[in-house]
Write a protein that binds this ligand. Sequence first.
Ligand code: PBG
Length: 363
Amino acid sequence: MVKVFGTSFVGEGVQSSMNSLLFASGNFIATSAPARGMNQDRRPRRLRTDGVRGLVSETDLDASDLIAPVFVDATTDERVPIETMPGHERVPVEQAVARVEEIRETGVEAVIVFGIPEDKDERGSRAWAADGVVQRAVERITAETDAYVITDVCLCEYTSHGHCGIVEEHAETDPTLTVENDPTLDLLANTAVSHARAGADMVAPSSMTDGMVGAIREGLDADGHDDVPIMSYAAKYESAFYGPFRDAADGAPAFGDRRHYQMDPANAREAMREVALDVEQGADVLMVKPALPYLDIVRAIRESYDHPVAAYNVSGEYAMLHAAAEKGWLDLEAVAYESLLSIKRAGADLILTYFAEDIAERM
Ligand code: PBG
């Protein structure tokens, strides 16, 4: 890298001294001349001086755009660092309020809560338990802080097999079998209702179950939570960038993968159909996940809908920048900021990101 820059620098030097020679004439020396064909009226660099850059800047990143993920773990009574996500921890329920207060101190106002339950079963029943890990944490956070509390509604952290719903019999051995869609809907609705009862301000279904937004909307309304918005993980891809999260939340599938329910990374038009269905079912905020490898999807949704668009800058996007920075190959703060700015520029209004605290502190 150093060599590449060195070479090109020498190249420019040679070029400019050649120009000086070529254009020396009479009693003045033109040390530079416009390139042939250049229109001298148009100089974009005029708007790049320090005084004006801020005035013409098209995109702003603000702490109020960011949502920080919080992991609450029912299996521990002390904070446990998440190895693949430097700076993040799983915290016990007793520490949930303290964790959220740390986040609020940086200027970030919203959190999304993920839970690691004390035990798992085939149906993921701890996901909707009134005394479940998320429910207990949310009760405390909403009672004791001013944070805006969003909950992830999914079953993969709660099922013994790690899939995002009830799985068909023999799915373990037959790769064509997968999550049963319709029987999973009630469980998701129950989970969302239990979160709202605990005080959640917003729910975010992430299981890619067809009909999940409608089922959850119905469940919430029937239980008196018609004021709780749904942020749907509307276009969620079957991505290898979730790797570090599965370490954090202990939600890796025990067998198979999620390709039968999460979207194929090859597809963009399909995302628009997914989103249309969620909008029909009453989604209030539309999320794309992951973020950086899918900015075309963020932009396409932004252009077709007037709903707020969210993008999830996922665990792998965080981990790879950290890994490169650790090697001294990238400036972490600069690439993190540039990543989030790019996500906003593509059209996202809100960003879920593990960089939330670090970036907010810098602003
Ligand atoms: C599902 C869920 C996942 C993530 C958020 N919600 C994991 C998955 O779909 O496998 C991933 C988030 C990340 O990678 O940061 N409950």
